[in-house]
Design a protein around this ligand. Structure first.
Ligand code: S3P
Length: 438
């Protein structure tokens, strides 16, 4: 088990930071590049464990992917209908996005495949996707009526459906739109609130046609996708940990370069503004490709408590762990309402953040699925465990930088799933820490 020792950071952090490619975008670049016709080329692809799983999955489906460097890929797309039967089970590690999106693609293939994952992924609910895919005509088997991996899926001729999702989920929406590419007629997905729209943007950018009307997206089956080339914007969910450090460590000033600036992902910036945060030198930068990016800088500053309503959760769902850390240092009571989706992430993030931040001395409690955090509260260094969840782990490292004394965060290998290079970048800012490998 690898761990890291962090001390209260007394020296200001500084630097201009670029981030690895956005995880959601990197998955989709590999997926769309594989399903398009022709040669796609992407740079700044996230080489994290989750995206490596997506890449290896498409390789096992017969797609030739040339890895020029860990972050630069050329994909020889096979088109929608020429994937090959995988020779063995497809292992998707910790990655919910890989599993849910791939289920959508496999639903359209005239062969059988088995998807597996680690203990966390095997306990995450998949019926939210497989129930719909079964309605479309795919055969899916797995524990609890195809709710848990390993999942065996045999696709084929699909019928279009109209799906009204009970919870906003980009993974479910994406799986159904991808299956919709293979279905007869028009598949429509309606969400109760808008989740990240990367799949819609990628579909259009790769030459597909969709109809969008508010919370409804429709796709006609029988389309073709064309190869594309672009650079992937930095991951805003990864940048959020450094935004928190810039705000919390006195005297700090950090510059953020080419961070994904898609409004369905920038909820964290909106909440920071409500906390009184001033962003400097904000500039939209054109990377080309399907998604906008921006540069900005942040200096340490006082923070006010915030409230996040249920309907505001989708554009910041992955940033709740780090927002709970910020809330411990903000003036007043912060409230995050009805965040039940956090219970089914890589770990139960309501439990992971309440238990670990309480150990560090924070005043944080959950009532049902809502979180209440009082601030500012001085944190005290202690030994805490990441629950093998990358975002819990990085949030605790940030908490350790403001806690008195020394904090040890255990089980930090998981950070590599979304942010390989996290500690190199942390070092670049001037933070003190020591990683310990047994
Ligand atoms: C993702 C969607 C979100 C998010 C996950 C990535 C995606 O999950 O939490 O980290 O790339 O589509 P849900 O769609 O389940 O909310």
């Amino acid at each position: 088990m690898k761990s890291v020792k962090v001390k209260k950071q007394t020296r200001a952090l500084a630097g201009a930071l670029s981030f690895p490619g956005d995880k959601s975008l990197s998955h989709r670049a590999i997926l769309f590049g594989s399903l398009a016709e022709g040669k796609s080329h992407f740079t700044n692809v996230l080489p994290g464990g989750d995206c490596v799983c997506t890449k290896e999955a498409f390789e096992s489906l017969g797609v030739e992917i040339r890895t020029h460097s860990p972050t630069e890929l050329t994909i020889h797309g096979r088109g929608l209908d020429s994937l090959e039967v995988p020779k063995k089970e497809i292992y998707l590690g910790n990655s919910g996005t890989s599993m849910r999106l791939l289920l959508g693609v496999l639903a359209g293939q005239p062969f059988e495949a088995t998807l597996t994952g680690d203990a966390s992924l095997s306990s995450r609910p998949m019926r939210r996707v497989t129930d719909y895919l079964k309605k479309m005509g795919a055969l899916v088997e797995g524990r609890d009526h195809a709710n848990f991996a390993p999942l065996k899926i045999r696709g084929g001729k699909l019928k279009s459906i109209e799906a009204n999702l009970p919870v906003p989920s980009a993974q479910v929406k994406s799986a159904l739109l991808l299956a919709g590419l293979y279905a007869d007629g028009k598949t429509t997905v309606t969400e109760p609130a808008k989740s990240r729209d990367h799949t819609e943007r990628f579909l259009k950018y790769f030459g597909g046609r969709i109809e969008e009307q508010g919370l409804r997206v429709s796709i006609q089956g029988g389309q073709r996708l064309e190869a594309r080339e672009f650079r992937i914007a930095g991951d805003i969910s990864s940048a959020a940990f450094f935004m928190a450090m810039a705000l919390l460590v006195p005297g700090s000033a950090l510059e953020f370069k080419s961070v994904l600036d898609n409004p369905t992902r920038t909820g964290v910036l909106e909440v920071l503004k409500r906390m009184g945060v001033r962003f400097d030198n904000y500039r939209r930068g054109g990377l080309g490709g399907p998604e906008p990016a921006a540069d900005f800088s942040l200096v340490s500053q006082p923070l006010k408590a915030f409230e996040i309503k249920k309907e505001e959760l989708p554009p910041l769902i992955d940033e709740i762990p780090i927002l709970t850390v910020l809330a411990t240092q903000a003036r007043g009571r912060s409230i995050i309402h009805e965040a039940e989706e956090l219970r089914v992430k890589e770990t139960d993030r309501i439990h992971s953040m309440v238990s670990t931040l309480s150990t560090l001395g924070a005043q944080i409690r959950a009532e049902g699925n809502s979180l209440f955090i009082e601030g500012p509260t001085p944190l005290k260094g202690a030994v805490v465990n990441s629950f093998k969840d990358h975002r819990t782990a990085m949030s605790l490292v940030v908490a350790g930088l403001v806690a008195q004394g020394e904090t040890t965060v255990e089980d930090i290998e998981c950070i590599d799933t979304s942010f390989p290079g996290f500690f190199e970048l942390l070092k670049q800012t001037g933070a003190f820490f020591q990683t310990l490998t047994p």
